[in-house]
Design a protein around this ligand. Sequence first.
Ligand code: AMP
Ligand code: MG
Length: 322
Amino acid sequence: MPTILEPSVTAIEFAAQAMREGRAVAFPTETVYGLGALTLDPRGIAEIYRLKWRPSNNPLIAHVLDARGARQVVDSWDPRCDELASRLWPGPLTLVLPKRSLVPDAAVGGRATIAVRSPSHPVARRLLEALGGAAVSAPSANRSGHVSPTQARHVAEDFASEEDLVILDGGRSELGLESTVVDLTGPRPVLLRPGTVTLEALQEILGDVEAPVIDEQGASPGTAARHYAPRTPAALIPVGGVRAGLAAEQRPCAVLCFDTAHVASPHTAIAMPRDARLYASALYDALRSADGLGCAKIVVESPPSSDGLWRAVVDRLRRATA
Ligand code: AMP
Ligand code: MG
């Protein structure tokens, strides 16, 4: 098993030193846990892809302390970026911009652009500070395609066979969903991934923002590739449709729903919060728990809305059940 460390001064320095030596380390952020290495060190970047079984053309998000840190890896930082950074950083917002030439191609999946974000989690920030503010590229600390980790033990479970991996324990990730990603490489900003910074919040700052159309069932099907997924087959059912959805199910199901009264034996209910923020924070833990029940199927009741923060929740549910 990997080693989980309480984030003492010594542990943070140990993790920083591992990164300086070209290794990858798992650490907490307010969104999900990340598996990070120095953006400018191709050894560490290669280690991330190897550990995650991640396709090498899938780009990584670089984590920085602030706008100054971002400017070390991005080109053409503009007034829109200053506005976004001053209002929403540190926080769950990732900006995609042209990369500087010193960033290795491997760190961006071969693209001409780089994604950057400034995390607010104190342990992530202490780690970045220990590295002198150098950028740390970190995808979510799970095996490729699996549910993102929101606790240190989730990381340990996914990488159970990796004896050398160090995981800094920062408790539960408060937000529980991956960051909002917005592409600023063109004249019109494009929402690439919804998150806890909502489309509405971005529109208030940027004006016009292009976003995929969402129907009541979630993101447009073409964009909802299977991802963030539990191992058990999962299906989304309409809000209020739990009783009807289970009527034809003979095999035991794990049911993520708002009202557990509609779930009877042989099924197992997992109660989900009606508040979007609480739901987002609980979702990945619930999917992992559901996976652990050994049921034939996971059934998820759709959220009541796809606006605001629910947009990100619905996007992840669509991917988990695609
Ligand atoms: P993860 O770090 O696993 O949460 O995933 C990173 C997310 O950021 C994915 O949705 C990527 O497609 C997106 N991303 C990272 N870098 C870029 C980039 N250079 N251009 C566009 N999207 C990016
Ligand atoms: Mg991921």
